[in-house]
Design a protein around this ligand. Structure first.
Ligand SMILES: NC(=O)c1ccc[n+]([C@@H]2O[C@H](COP(=O)([O-])OP(=O)(O)OC[C@H]3O[C@@H](n4cnc5c(N)ncnc54)[C@H](OP(=O)(O)O)[C@@H]3O)[C@@H](O)[C@H]2O)c1
Length: 217
């Protein structure tokens, strides 16, 4: 599995390269490096997760969020997933303890507080995330709208952190072990052949991908 963002696609770095677990397909492995490493670094490095903590994943059905739910569970956290109605069942299958359908309920208005919030997608005001944190809680912004990302960087304060992920061997080996044990798995919405690359990007840009879109040969 290679930690390949666009920049790395032409130049594999040996410090971001590990073997594919034998129990998963190449397509499943292709879905791992960027998104799962982002989820792991958000939860472990920036989020400093502890077992039994309450974690909220906003954008839980996308590429980063679907990993974040599973990785949060693997650390022994109590995970609440936020997604739209059509993805509620998927979030449950991924292991979320609670699922909030953002079309029906506002996570910041139900009185619950979280030790860690991962903002993987959407355009939620920073103040809303902060209002749902415990006193020592941490909000980690991994994605969403540009306003969301830059707002967290500039106005975040000590409770908010933003992440620019960088795949490395240590994290890929950590994920490799979880995949090999079947504790986490790739969620693949569609696999496109290389000659349909443009269609794949069109589908991705529509913003409704469940997990990942993979390009195969
Ligand atoms: N920080 C980093 O280093 C890093 C690395 C990778 C990606 N990213 C960024 O992380 C973000 C998410 O990436 P991704 O691959 O997870 O995206 P994605 O796969 O495109 O996410 C699609 C999912 O987002 C959900 N979504 C769309 N609009 C939403 C909204 N308004 N509120 C809540 N959820 C919404 C959709 O679920 P529903 O249909 O259920 O709403 C869909 O399942 C992007 O902004 C990406 O650029 C950052």
């Amino acid at each position: 599995m290679a930690g390949a963002g666009l920049r790395n696609m032409c130049q594999l770095k040996k410090n971001a390269l590990v073997t594919k677990p034998t129990n998963i397909t190449f397509e499943a492995a292709a879905a791992v490096p960027m998104s799962a490493v982002t989820a792991l670094q958000a939860i472990q490095d920036k989020g400093q997760i502890q077992s039994n903590q309450k974690v909220l994943i906003h954008g839980a059905s996308g590429g980063v969020g679907s990993w974040a739910v599973q990785i949060g569970k693997s650390f022994g956290a109590h995970v609440t997933a936020v997604c739209s109605t059509r993805n509620v069942e998927m979030a449950r299958v991924l292991g979320a303890d609670e699922v909030i359908d953002y079309r029906k309920e506002d996570f910041s208005k139900n009185g619950k507080r979280y030790d860690l919030i991962i903002g993987a997608n959407g355009d939620v005001p920073l103040a809303k995330y902060k209002s749902a944190l415990t006193a020592n809680g941490i909000y980690v912004c991994t994605g969403g709208s540009m306003k969301q990302i830059f707002g967290s960087m500039i106005f975040g304060g000590k409770q908010a952190r933003s992440l620019t992920s960088a795949p490395n061997k240590k994290d890929l080996l950590f994920l490799q072990a979880l995949l090999a044990n079947g504790k986490i798995k790739s969620v693949i919405d569609k696999i496109y052949p290389l000659h349909e690359l443009a269609d794949a990007f069109r589908y991705f840009e529509a913003g409704k991908v469940k997990g990942k879109v993979v390009i195969s040969h």
